[in-house]
Design a protein around this ligand. Structure first.
Ligand SMILES: Cc1cc2nc3c(=O)[nH]c(=O)nc-3n(C[C@H](O)[C@H](O)[C@H](O)COP(=O)(O)OP(=O)(O)OC[C@H]3O[C@@H](n4cnc5c(N)ncnc54)[C@H](O)[C@@H]3O)c2cc1C
Length: 477
């Protein structure tokens, strides 16, 4: 057993593609005609960015993919990546009336991909910024979906938006974190080019707090939007955690997005600790890169796991194995200092519901690589160094006005994972747009109660009054 390169380039590429293949024109038109074009459509209510789904589908049915893409991208400038990464089963497609009638929803995500692919592959710009500018400048910290959603909306409202990004490439987790077989970094980067076409400037390799201070930003800009996302995975706090083959699942996934696929080393026998969506992504990608055995180790039961059902099904289809009610006690090294096994122990729910070890149930489990995926840390330290006076919620997220995204710090707005605790790309985009509209009202001197451009988006990012809240993705395990 050893960690190393398992596949040749062609095998690696093949294993990582074909998850949800694009529709041909004919397939798209047939699928679009399954839509009932509901009045007060529940799918719109279920979309945090409130895309007018029946309208864009109607335009595909009538052979107008450009008009369709315009409808999508005006509501959600990251509509192309959302088409590929959104958990549509629990959002728009989960609310589709055709699902109730026929047991199979209209494939809204794939139709959205058809329309957005059409404009990107034909280099057709469907968004535009007004010629007349407001003269106001906004600094955005972080180029993830929240920062990009905010920047695109600000540009369309006539403001200058400058994004500061610490990484080499923009996009945040959209570029570095989404499972490769769902969406490649190229899609994310292509979409960002379109946003740059609105006049948005992105300065990569600039870490706010190190390379430029927040006081400088507040001095040079009329407002600031904070979209720094979440941090690394939590520690396991077990002996052997510092061995070289014990890796943060987020770093492993980022490497898949940075290096050639076939050059990413994996173990023969990979153990993933945790059972959220990130754990599932780590398992499926290590399997597709050639791991022989991949096993999720989870201290609670199958019904408790935070991962979506469809992600669980995908992991099983990929040959993933699951050890439920199992605690990790230790990572054991061989004589060469390499991971060789785990000490595990069976668990059961204690009186307070927390998993408790069952005495005498320890066992050894062979393994040569461990991926840590037990929830992402909130960036409490970074936030308090950037904005020492910023009010925080008890759970480590940024406290803000839910209607406008305004924080307790003058001029500073916020959205995305660092405010919501970790949801989906589409929630971060919706919150970025909401923040942009809050900033627009702030810069225009309108009150939050009567914003200049009323937001369709309610407290949770979903359209006002929908009552729809999609689940939290990142759950402490
Ligand atoms: C492994 C994984 C898989 C996921 N898969 C999906 C999926 O399939 N579908 C889905 O909808 N959602 C998915 N998500 C969730 C989704 O990626 C996030 O909800 C979304 O990216 C949050 O956007 P954000 O802009 O708030 O943060 P991020 O995407 O994390 O972006 C924050 C950005 O801020 C930058 N930054 C941080 N600090 C600074 C600083 N001081 N100065 C400058 N820049 C800074 C970071 O480098 C980063 O680029 C996944 C998440 C993970 C972890």
């Amino acid at each position: 057993m050893a960690v190393g390169i398992k596949l040749n380039p062609a095998q690696a590429e093949e294993n990582m593609t074909g998850y949800k293949p694009p529709f041909s024109k004919q397939e798209a038109i047939i699928e679009a005609n399954r839509c009932l074009f509901c009045f007060d459509a529940p799918c719109i209510m279920a979309c945090p960015t409130g895309i007018d789904i029946p309208s864009f589908i109607k335009k595909i049915a009538s052979g107008s993919p450009v008009a369709s893409a315009r409808t999508i991208l005006r509501a959600n400038p990251l509509g192309a990546s959302c088409a590929q990464v959104c958990p549509t089963n629990v959002l728009c497609e989960g609310a589709c009336v055709v699902l109730t009638r026929e047991g199979d929803p209209v494939k809204i995500g794939r139709l959205q991909r058809y329309a957005t692919d059409h404009v990107y592959s034909n280099h057709i710009d469907v968004l535009e910024a007004p010629a007349e500018k407001s003269g106001k400048k906004v600094a955005i910290i972080g180029s993830g979906p929240a920062g990009l959603g905010c920047a695109a909306e600000l540009a369309q409202l006539g403001h200058e938006a400058v994004i500061f990004e610490k990484e080499e490439l923009p996009g945040g987790l959209n570029t570095y974190g989404i499972a490769y077989y769902k969406m490649t970094p190229a899609i994310s980067l292509g979409e960002i080019e379109m946003i740059k076409g609105l006049g948005v400037e992105i300065r990569c390799g600039v870490q706010v707090g190190i390379d430029i201070s927040t006081s400088q930003l507040k001095e040079d800009f009329d407002a600031v939007f904070l979209g720094i996302g979440l941090g690394k995975s939590h520690q396991l706090n077990v002996p052997g955690e510092d061995l070289p083959e014990v890796i943060d699942a987020l770093d492993f996934i980022a490497q898949i997005h940075s290096d050639p696929l076939h050059e990413v080393p994996v173990g023969d026998n990979v153990a993933v600790i945790g059972c959220g969506n990130t754990a599932i992504d780590a398992l499926t990608q290590s399997k597709r890169l050639g791991a022989n055995i991949t096993t999720i180790i989870y201290r609670r039961g199958e019904t408790d796991m935070p991962a979506y059902d469809f992600e669980f099904d995908l992991a099983k289809t990929d040959g993933g194995e699951f050890l439920f009610h199992t605690l990790l006690k230790e990572v054991v090294a061989n004589d060469e200092g390499r991971v060789s096994s785990l000490v595990l122990q069976k668990s059961q729910p204690g009186p307070n519901g927390r998993p408790e070890a069952i005495a005498g149930s320890e066992f050894s489990f062979p393994c040569d690589m461990v991926l840590k995926a037990v929830g992402s840390k909130k960036q409490v330290e970074m936030l308090s160094s950037l904005f020492p006076d910023m009010e925080m919620n008890a759970n480590g997220t940024v406290k803000l006005d839910p209607a406008t995204g305004q924080t307790s710090v003058e001029k500073v707005f916020c959205g995305g994972d660092c405010a919501n605790g970790g949801r989906e790309v589409v929630n971060a985009v919706a919150e970025g747009i909401k923040g942009a509209r809050g900033i627009h009202s702030y810069l225009s001197g309108a009150s939050a109660e009567s914003p200049v451009q009323p937001s369709r988006l309610g407290v949770d990012g979903a359209p006002s009054g929908s009552g729809f809240i999609n689940p939290i993705r990142v759950t402490e395990q």
